[in-house]
Design a protein around this ligand. Structure first.
Ligand code: FAD
Length: 389
């Protein structure tokens, strides 16, 4: 079977990893001109962590990742206002740069990745897909996979325009990494955040004297600003703390986007299927999109490469249906959870900030910490235990 995967991100690479081991002929196209560096920190746990363990990369993720031991809220002078210790003993939770997760998966993928390339046109027919790439070449494949993220071009070409599927969550998000030994040491192995109603800025220290920064702000208009770096400086610079300093050094590879969820009725049309954020973006408010992207890729590969029934090769359409049926309930649950979590991550008022601080104190009580962590992964375990495998 020949498959073309558009998008060499978390979901696309995981799918390639599994399909090529099942004997499929796999090719990937990736819009970025080379392996994507930079980016943002993610907390990695739940179903995706279990998949990583089965792929044998969990040890490496722990090596390149971080164990954050404290969440700390600070004021404009950097003084602690509230926070919580992160309980120890969660050996299946690691914080790491998204790029480090992608690289750990990519190192096990042998398929050719065509960088600087995307999908330009899709022609579906009954038993295959003809794909025209942006470099002018063509591919005739049994299956085309759109793993090209929340703003998927494959989805646009085969399913319809983005407005039909996106649910804007009323916020813009930005993230980048800078090198600064002094600030990195000052922040230390704790996740420090400053919140004012409607805005949140956070900083993590990374090895090598680096600092990962995250900005979240309430914005009724989903349209992105013409100059995202200037918009960030204008909005967050006056809030104090380390912000004026770090906002003077916004790099060219700044990540800036709207916060959205993607809701789409059908995840496949004929021989075109979507995986990861392209069909199931849960948003950073839900917290484990990368984990669910890996889980979705695993479930899809699991269904596609099932043992032949009665000597006949697996029916592709039926496999794609089963994939969607296994994934969608968990995604719907997680998206609903993400929407409820908005007020906790980016409180809209002073009262909400006070309530969040109380919740943090409760979460730190013995026993509550584990319940709290479990509540962050609604239904994810079902994906691994409830399937065919
Ligand atoms: C700030 C932030 C914090 C987050 N925190 C967490 C967290 O704590 N835990 C967690 O698990 N998840 C987190 N997430 C979510 C997580 O990063 C995503 O859900 C995950 O990366 C989705 O994987 P994906 O493979 O579907 O998409 P992506 O990882 O976005 O990969 C898509 C790939 O497709 C490529 N591409 C795009 N368009 C095209 C095109 N036209 N042609 C070819 N290639 C294309 C892109 O360059 C990219 O390489 C966070 C997200 C953000 C933005």
């Amino acid at each position: 079977m020949r498959v073309l995967i558009c998008g060499a991100g978390i979901a696309g690479l995981t799918l390639a990893w599994h399909l090529e081991r099942a004997g499929w002929e796999v090719e990937l196209v990736e819009r970025a001109p080379a392996f994507r560096e930079g980016g943002y920190m993610i907390d990695f746990y739940g179903a995706g962590y279990e998949i990583a363990r089965r792929m044998g990369i969990d040890g490496r993720l722990r090596e390149v990742g971080y164990q954050i031991n404290e969440l700390r809220y600070v004021d404009r002078h950097g003084r602690r206002t509230s926070g919580a210790r992160v309980p120890s003993g969660f050996d299946r939770l690691v914080s790491l740069l998204r790029v480090d997760l992608a690289r750990a998966i990519a190192d096990g993928v042998h398929a050719k990745i065509w960088y600087g390339t995307g999908v330009a046109a899709v022609d579906r027919h009954e038993d295959g897909v003809e794909v025209r790439l942006t470099d002018g070449t063509h591919r005739e494949v049994d299956l085309l996979v759109g793993a090209d993220g929340a703003h998927s071009v494959v989805r646009g070409l085969a399913f319809g325009s983005e407005e039909r599927f996106e649910r804007y969550l009323g916020h813009h998000v930005a993230a980048y990494v800078i090198a600064d030994e002094r600030l990195s040491e000052q922040i230390g192995m704790r996740y420090q955040m400053l919140t004012v109603p409607g805005s949140m800025a956070g900083a993590y220290a990374l090895r090598g004297g680096r600092l990962a920064l995250l900005f979240l702000r309430r914005e009724p208009d989903p349209a992105l600003p013409a100059d995202p770096a200037a918009a960030l400086r204008d909005h967050f610079g006056p809030l104090g703390w380390i912000l004026p300093e770090v906002l003077d050094r916004v790099p060219a590879d700044l990540y800036y986007d709207q916060v959205t969820q993607i809701e789409i009725e059908r995840w496949s049309r004929g021989r075109v299927v979507l995986v990861g954020d392209a069909c199931q973006a849960v948003s950073l408010f839900a917290g484990h999109g990368a984990s669910l992207g890996m889980a979705a890729a695993w479930v899809l590969a699991d269904e596609l490469t099932g043992e032949p029934v009665d000597g006949r090769a697996a029916d592709l359409a039926a496999a794609l249906d089963r994939y969607q049926r296994r994934m969608r309930p968990v995604i719907a649950e997680t998206q609903a959870f993400g929407r409820r979590f908005i007020e906790w991550l980016a409180p809209s008022s002073g009262l909400r900030i006070v309530m969040r601080d109380w919740l943090l104190r409760l979460a730190a009580l013995p026993g509550a910490d584990r319940l709290f962590l479990r509540s962050l992964t609604p239904g994810g375990h079902r994906l691994i235990t409830g399937g065919r495998a």
